[in-house]
Design a binder for this molecule. Structure first.
Ligand SMILES: [Zn+2]
Length: 344
């Protein structure tokens, strides 16, 4: 589904409600980003276009929404939203008339959708401050769609702000016209502190932090839906099965990742990310540090017996190289075949 809509998922709503109560933005991690954006709000020096760049599920969209709320708040000069003014109330109701969000579940975001957003931004602000457009998944913008944005990006107006949210770099013509804000994986300590405040017990916190690998969005998914943890464990088991698989490798790669290329990219991203974690745990087990494992604590460990620590370290590095190559457009099934050949 593609949408020009504005609404709040339950957990976003929960996080944003707390914003009005806390002194600082209650985003998990990203201290530098919070400091930079709240500083710009306090100084009244907002850029006309931002690129929030970083891995999936680290909190880019949540930050974008709180930033938008703050920028439109009648008391936004405090660097955070007040939660009380008309603008904040409309935001918290999920129907702010000056915020447009373009998001799409399709593999690409085409020029027509971008033109629709530009048209939204061309109107005057209804509540008097500015219009803000957020494009989620900007890495899916087609070249034509990015070109359509250029004119808007080239003509800065104080009354319009565009926030592009992307997991990958954009065309240089687009990137050179926006203020890039980089997001990194959250520190484990930030996730632990958040979960401690939620009242979780220590072993449970350790498990969730290890499974989430620095992504607050995954921690929130776990809290909302206990089945998610099982999905992650199943995925880890699939990765581990690579080590005992006997099918011809090319058939295997298509079996695991599927025939549709875009879907295969998504599957590869999930599998290789969890695979990196599993390989690290295999190394820990090999080094006698099994008490620090989460995935392998509930899995048979005999599959690692034939792998030396140096071989496991090599596989971890090679998997990172393959992840980079898939991001640069090689076929993920080729990457999986390559990895499969290395472990057999
Ligand atoms: Zn306000």
């Amino acid at each position: 589904m593609t949408a020009f809509c504005y609404g709040l998922a339950f957990l976003e709503f929960w996080v944003i409600i707390k914003t009005a109560m806390d002194e600082q933005w209650p985003i998990i991690g990203h201290d530098n980003v919070k400091k930079f954006l709240s500083g710009a709000l306090k100084a009244g020096r907002l850029h006309h276009a931002y690129l929030f760049l970083g891995p999936a599920k680290v909190g880019k969209m949540t930050v974008a929404k709180i930033f938008a709320q703050s920028a439109l708040c009648e008391h936004g000069e405090k660097g955070r939203p007040c939660g009380q003014c008309v603008s904040c109330k409309r935001f918290l109701q999920g129907n702010h008339p000056d915020i447009s969000i373009l998001s799409s579940e399709e593999n690409t975001v085409g020029v027509e959708l971008v033109r629709g957003l530009i048209s939204d931004l061309s109107h005057s602000s209804l509540l008097g401050k500015a219009r803000i457009g957020i494009i989620d998944g900007a890495h899916k913008l087609t070249t034509e769609a990015q070109n359509a944005l250029l004119k808007t990006l080239e003509e800065p107006k104080a009354s319009k702000i565009i926030i592009l949210i992307s997991e990958n770099c954009l065309l240089s013509t687009t990137a050179s016209r926006v203020q890039t804000v980089k997001f990194y994986l959250a520190q484990g300590s930030a996730l632990m502190e958040f979960l401690r405040k939620e009242g979780l017990e220590h072993r449970r916190i350790q498990e969730l932090v290890a499974l989430a690998s620095g992504r607050p969005g995954i921690v929130l998914e776990f809290l909302r839906n206990g089945d998610k943890i099982k999905e992650y464990r199943d995925e880890a088991q699939k990765f581990l099965s690579l080590f005992g698989e006997t099918k011809p490798f090319n058939v295997f790669a298509f079996d695991v990742l599927g025939k549709d290329l875009e879907r295969a990219r998504e599957r590869w991203r999930e599998l290789s990310e969890i695979g990196t974690r599993v390989l690290r745990e295999m190394l820990l087990l090999k080094l006698g540090l099994g008490d620090q494992t989460v995935y392998l604590s509930e899995m048979p460990a005999e599959k690692i017996l034939n792998y030396s620590p140096s071989k496991l370290a090599f596989l971890i590095n090679h998997l990172q190289t393959l992840r980079q190559q898939v991001r640069s457009n090689i076929d993920p099934r080729f990457a999986l075949e390559n990895f499969y050949l290395l472990i057999h």
